[in-house]
Design a binder for this molecule. Structure first.
Ligand SMILES: [Zn+2]
Length: 229
């Protein structure tokens, strides 16, 4: 029924091809991505998920070599414009010569690139939600969900099988954090919590990444509500 989450399977092997342009990204492509990221950031900021300039969003624009459009660091995520975007390479470093005028990428751009390479995702959402940090504190070994209709929104079965959202320890070193994410992640679960920090969620494109983020956040809020009983 239309009121239920769509079963949106995140088939990693299928999205590597066709999810992004093949060549390097043009200035116009970067700006268009910036406009989409600004709209998405405003949405998440309105939910209270990107307070105090926290969090960042990215879209993969090219695969070989890897290029991502990432929201610029230090800006209010509720007030981004199409120019508040940086083109970064596979290591998360700003690509020289791109006329986006947007300043610096966050250090976290390196983890966005790592997730895109590792999972084949076309978009990555990183938000600092209270629910993610609170639940990681309660369940540092990961959070298990089962028998919830909303799991279908992550492409997972609504009944029977358990789904585990991994929790990894925070680090300021994006290589260390990326190694932890790579070790801990479950290929069926398009999300990881970083303890004391926030949530990384991904999808085949920005819309699917948004839906995955909303579903994961819903699941976390439910656990918190249920834990109060
Ligand atoms: Zn962060």
């Amino acid at each position: 029924m239309g009121d239920h989450p769509e079963v949106a399977s995140f088939a990693e092997l299928e999205i590597g091809v066709g999810a992004a342009a093949a060549g390097p990204a043009s200035d116009e492509e970067v700006r268009q991505a910036g406009a989409r990221l600004a709209a998405e950031a405003a949405r998440f900021a309105s939910f209270g998920w990107m307070r105090g300039t926290s969090g960042n969003l990215s879209i993969v624009l090219a695969r070989d070599p890897l290029r991502l459009a990432v929201t610029a660091s230090g800006r209010d995520k509720g007030e981004l414009t199409a120019d508040d975007v940086v083109l970064v390479d596979g290591a998360g470093a700003a690509v020289a010569g791109t006329a986006t005028g947007a300043g610096k990428p966050s250090a976290e751009a390196g983890l966005h690139a790592r997730v895109a390479r590792l999972t084949g995702a076309g978009a990555v959402v990183h938000v600092h939600t209270v629910a993610a940090v609170a639940m990681a504190r309660r369940r540092p070994g990961g959070i298990v969900f089962r028998d919830l209709e909303m799991l279908k929104g992550l492409g997972l079965p609504a009944e029977g099988a358990a789904a585990r959202l991994p929790v990894i320890t925070n680090s300021q070193d994006m290589t260390v954090l990326g190694d932890r994410l790579e070790t801990a992640r479950d290929p069926r679960m398009p999300a990881v919590i970083v303890a004391g920090h926030g949530l990384y969620v991904w999808g085949a494109d920005l819309l699917q990444a948004r839906h995955h983020a909303e579903v994961v956040q819903w699941l976390l809020e439910l656990e918190i509500e249920a834990g109060r009983g």
